[in-house]
Ligand binder design. Structure first.
Ligand code: UD1
Length: 421
C-alpha cells in the first residue's frame, strides 16, 4: 500500500499540461468495441482505470496495442464472447459502457455489475430502460446484468433523470440498431459530444449531441479505420485551477478547452480569483491585495457546476473568507470526506445534500484517507494548503483518475512524496 506524504504551505506556481479526459476515454474506448474495423485512439490519460478497461478488452479477445504512450490501436473484430465476467469489471464504473457496445455488436451481452466510487446508490435502471426501448430484454441476477434482443430496433427514450452513463450507453447500442433512436433529456457533458464525434468519425450517424435531444440513425456496419483524439480532462484541469488560489499561487493549465471550464471559471471569478483564458490554456491567481471570498455552489449536470469538482471546491471554501454553501444535487451521499477535513480543522456542517462551510480555517496536517477518487484529490489539496505534514492513505483511488499526480504537483513546487505506508 502506498500513501502520499505532503508538507503543506507551499504556494504552487507554474504551468501544468492536462491529460486526456478519463470519462471521455472510457466511453470512447468502449465505443470502439461496437465498430467493425481498426481505429487509433489518442490522448488517453496514464491512469489505472484505462489500464483496467484495456485489460478487460483483451480478456474478451479484442486486439489492443499501445503504439506510443497515450495512444492505442484497437480492433474489436477479434472479440470472441459477449460475456464480460472479468473480476476487474467491478473496479470501475466505466465498464458499464460495454453493455451498450456489445449489445449493439452481438445483440446480446452479459456483464458483471460495474463498480466505481461510492457516493450513494448508483442505479443503472435508465440504461436498461433505454435498451428495452430498442427491443432488448434485460435481467439482473447473481451480480450479472444480461441484455438480449432478437433484433435491435430504434426507439424513443425519455430519461427522467439526466444521466451521463445512460445517454452514452443508449447511443452505443443505437448506432447499430435498425432505424432511428431519439434520446430525450439527454446529458450534455463534453464527453457525450466526444463519443458522438468519435462514432461519427467511424461511420455512425449521431446528431444533436451537446443538446438534450440526440437523434441516431442506426447503421448495420461502422467501418472505422480512423484516428481519434480524446478531449482534455475537465476535472483534472479544474483541480489544478483551484490549487492556485488555495495555495496562494499562480497556475496555468495548458491543453484545455476553456469553454468546458466555464462552470468553474465563473465560480472562481465570483470568489475573487483572476481567471485569464488563452486559446487552450487558463491562468488562475489571486491579484495582490485580493482575498478569496466564499460563495454558494450547486452541482448540476453540464453546463452546471460538475459534481466531480465538488469535494475540491469544498476545500477551497474552507480557506475562503466568509461562509460558503455547497449543494450536491447529483449524488445523494457525496460528503463522506468532510470528516477528514474536520480532523484538519475545517468547520463544516452537513445536512443531507447541503454542506455549510465556515471559511478562514487554518488547516493542519493529519493522517487522512482518500474515500474516493475526487474526494482523494480534495484531501491532497487540503494537505497542500495545510500547515505541517499530511499523509493521504488509499491513494490507489486517486491514481484511478489523476495521471502523474506527484510529478505534476512537484513541478508546480509542491512537497509531496509517494511512499510505502
Ligand atoms: C458519470 C461519471 C461520474 C460523474 C457522473 C455525473 C463516468 C465513468 N462517471 O457517472 O464521474 O460523477 O457522471 O456527472 O463517466 N441515475 C439513475 N438511474 C440510472 C443512472 C443514473 O437514477 O440508470 C441517477 C444517479 O443516481 C445520479 C444521476 O442519475 O443521481 C446522475 O448519474 P449519471 O450521470 O448516470 O452518473 P454516471 O454515468 O454513473
Amino acid at each position: 500500500m502506498h500513501s502520499y506524504m505532503i508538507e503543506g504551505g507551499q504556494p504552487l506556481n507554474g504551468h501544468v499540461r492536462i491529460g486526456g479526459s478519463k470519462n471521455a476515454s472510457l466511453a470512447v474506448l468502449s465505443a470502439a468495441m461496437a465498430i467493425d474495423g481498426p481505429c487509433v485512439i489518442e490522448n488517453l490519460p496514464a491512469i489505472s482505470d484505462i489500464e483496467i478497461l484495456l485489460e478487460i478488452f483483451s480478456d474478451i479477445g479484442a486486439t489492443v496495442e499501445y503504439i506510443r504512450p497515450g495512444a492505442v490501436r484497437i480492433d474489436a473484430r477479434t472479440i470472441n464472447t459477449h460475456e464480460v465476467l472479468h473480476d476487474r469489471v467491478t473496479e470501475l464504473r466505466g465498464s458499464y459502457y460495454l453493455l451498450g457496445a456489445l449489445l449493439g455488436r452481438f445483440g446480446k451481452v452479459a456483464l458483471r455489475m460495474p463498480g466505481g466510487c461510492d457516493f450513494g446508490v448508483r442505479p443503472i435502471d435508465l440504461h436498461l430502460k433505454g435498451f428495452q426501448a430498442l427491443g432488448a430484454k434485460t435481467e439482473v441476477a447473481h451480480g450479472i446484468v444480461s441484455c438480449q434482443a432478437e433484433e435491435l430496433t430504434g426507439g424513443g427514450v425519455f430519461l427522467d433523470t439526466v444521466s451521463v452513463g445512460a445517454t452514452v450507453n443508449i447511443m452505443l447500442a443505437a448506432v447499430k440498431a435498425k432505424g432511428k433512436t431519439v434520446i430525450d433529456n439527454a446529458a450534455r457533458e463534453p464527453h457525450i459530444v466526444d463519443v458522438a464525434n468519435f462514432l461519427n468519425a467511424m461511420g455512425a450517424d449521431v446528431r444533436g449531441a451537446g443538446t438534450d435531444v440526440i437523434r441516431i440513425n442506426g447503421r448495420p456496419t461502422l467501418p472505422a479505420n480512423q484516428e481519434y483524439t480524446v478531449i482534455p480532462d475537465q476535472i483534472e484541469a479544474g483541480t489544478y485551477m483551484m490549487l492556485a488560489p488555495l495555495t496562494g499561487g499562480d497556475i496555468t493549465v495548458e491543453g484545455v478547452i476553456p469553454k468546458h471550464m466555464e462552470p468553474l471559471s465563473a465560480k472562481l471569478m465570483e470568489m475573487g480569483v483572476t481567471v485569464e483564458e488563452g486559446e487552450d490554456s487558463i491562468r488562475c491567481y489571486l491579484k495582490e491585495g485580493s482575498k478569496l471570498k466564499a460563495t454558494s455552489f450547486k452541482t448540476m449536470p453540464y453546463p452546471g457546476f460538475p459534481t466531480d469538482l465538488q469535494p475540491q471546491a469544498t476545500v477551497l471554501l474552507c480557506v475562503a473568507e466568509g461562509t460558503g454553501r455547497m449543494i450536491e444535487n447529483v449524488w445523494e451521499n457525496r460528503f463522506q470526506y468532510v470528516d477528514a477535513l474536520r480532523m484538519m480543522g475545517a468547520n463544516i456542517i452537513t445536512s443531507g445534500r447541503l454542506a455549510v462551510v465556515q471559511g478562514n480555517s487554518h488547516l493542519t496536517g493529519s493522517r487522512i484517507t482518500a474515500r474516493d477518487l475526487r474526494a482523494g484529490a480534495a484531501m491532497v489539496m487540503a494537505g497542500l494548503a495545510a500547515k505541517e505534514t499530511t499523509e493521504v492513505l488509499d491513494i490507489n483511488r486517486i491514481e484511478r483518475g489523476y495521471e502523474y499526480f506527484v510529478d505534476k504537483l512537484t513541478r508546480l513546487g509542491a512537497k509531496i512524496e509517494r511512499v510505502e505506508s
